[in-house]
Ligand binder design. Sequence first.
Ligand code: AGP
Length: 608
Amino acid sequence: MCGIVCYVGEKQARPILVGGLKQLEYRGYDSAGIAVLEGGSINCQRSVGKIVELEKKINALEMNGTMGIAHTRWATHGEPTEHNAHPHTDQTRKVFVVHNGIIENYSSLKKKLQKGGYRFYSETDTEVLAQLIGIAFEGDLTEAVRKTISKVEGTFGMAVIHQDVPGEIVVARRGSPLVIGLSDDGHFAASDVSAMVRYTNQVIHLQDNELATLRKDDFVISTARAEPIQRTIETVEWRAEDAELDGFPHFMLKEIYEQPETVRNAMRGRLEPGEGVPKLGGIIPVWEELRRCRHLVIVACGTSYYAGCVGRYAFEKLTDIDVEVEVASEFRYRKLNFPPNTFILALSQSGETADTLAAIREAKRKGARLLGIVNVVGSSISRETEAGIYNHAGPEIGVASTKIFTSQLTILILLALLLGRHQNLSLTEGVEAIRALQLLPEQIQKVLSQANHIEAVAEKYHACQNWLFLGRKFSCPVAMEGALKLKEVSYIHAEGYAAGEMKHGPIALITPEMPTVAIMPKDDMYEKMVSNIQEIKSRKGPVIAITTEGNKELGDIADEIIETPATLDFLNPILAVIPCQLLAYYCANLLNRDIDKPRNLAKSVTVE
Ligand code: AGP
């Protein structure tokens, strides 16, 4: 997820664009760039790092002009370097493009262009867009962009300028957000209103496959088939600083609500529903060895570790692979001895967690092959593993990881499904699994619609100083993660436990002041969970049950019931964790905690 902003009007573009980038920085901050057109030439500057680095660079330069485009990057294709930073240009150096999204067929397009003699300077998908627009340009920039988007698959929010078309910016959208801003001083477009709300609150949200041609005094919106369309102008209520949070009080809540989209992104371009098999380009380099792998060790820390624990159950259900899950800070000191063709799978949002890095280096020393599932492109773990899969979930700013957990589960299940389909999993089982995966985004939306009910439950129990989270099988790691979320942001002491362990000790803790969150979908563990919560009820412990919608059997034994839509047992953790995330958020909010920057924690633990 990157941030783009552009402006054409009366005023000097540079300060408007730089100000807009700063508002969008939460979307990505590994590199940035700007291109301003004046007097028939385009001045383009790029830099690695946060916006301040770009600002330092251009402050020393003349960069006048009343129109321009700018970008802050969250790398997807190609590491965060100056030559991969946006804006990108074509071979004529006349077309400049900033882009937020992923062009899925960029490599085949690039190969075709290279065969035609076109040279490329970056590893990005966006440079392919610039080349295609340059080739299609015959004087009308809007038509050139329209022709180009008919050739590309994937997502984009893009803004384009051409040296020979002063006074005009063309923007287009498919899948990535893009808002147009209208003011007496000119026209804006950006990934979200935060970049322009300082200048206007009159906006139009472009829909998928729509283009807009922006000029100082007018703008035209049209479809991919060149039909002109009218769109209603909306009024934005927010202040600039609020918009960064897009109206949410905290990044944690915003990221919880992003999960329908981030789970969709984790699957984007990776499903072949007809074949019932996922396609994961990132592991092609090791596929021949991986498909024969019989021993997989998942290594991670914190929330990523709990995601790995769910992953193990999924691998055991869908493949014949023997799977271990290891806490990285312990694993690195173990006496490791791997059977041949062992793969290590490192899970990490930041890709910089010191313990996980050290663990994979130790495993490599002992001859294991290294894979990664990482969110931050170009991070150390993504560079030190031989192959891997990116989450494409965008920056996670809240220290308490939420959207990355569900994204990691989705990708772990895609990987298990891919390997399983190359072992004993049938086409029918594959198709059924992919159909259920595709239902997840709207099912997550359904769980989120219960937020008020979950807030009321938090209202009732947030003063309790000790909580227990229980689950069995797929739900057991969800219980651990639920307890971790509550601990991290509310500072309430919480324990996640395998429910079957209760009678071996923890049941001694049960009192009327200790709520238990029981994750108990209607799966093959359900009946056992019912007897576990009956043991708690008989000792007057309050029970908050997270169960499958339509289950009317718990009315007598659960004090609170939160329902999640029915899905396959190995997908249920993706739905069941969301009420746990919201419970933690609302308890922390009721206790006035600093939710996005909890005490003693850091977003990325780069020290041992
Ligand atoms: C989770 O909310 C915490 N931020 C923490 O446990 C985190 O999951 C852990 O530090 C691992 O981080 P990583 O995924 O970036 O490697």
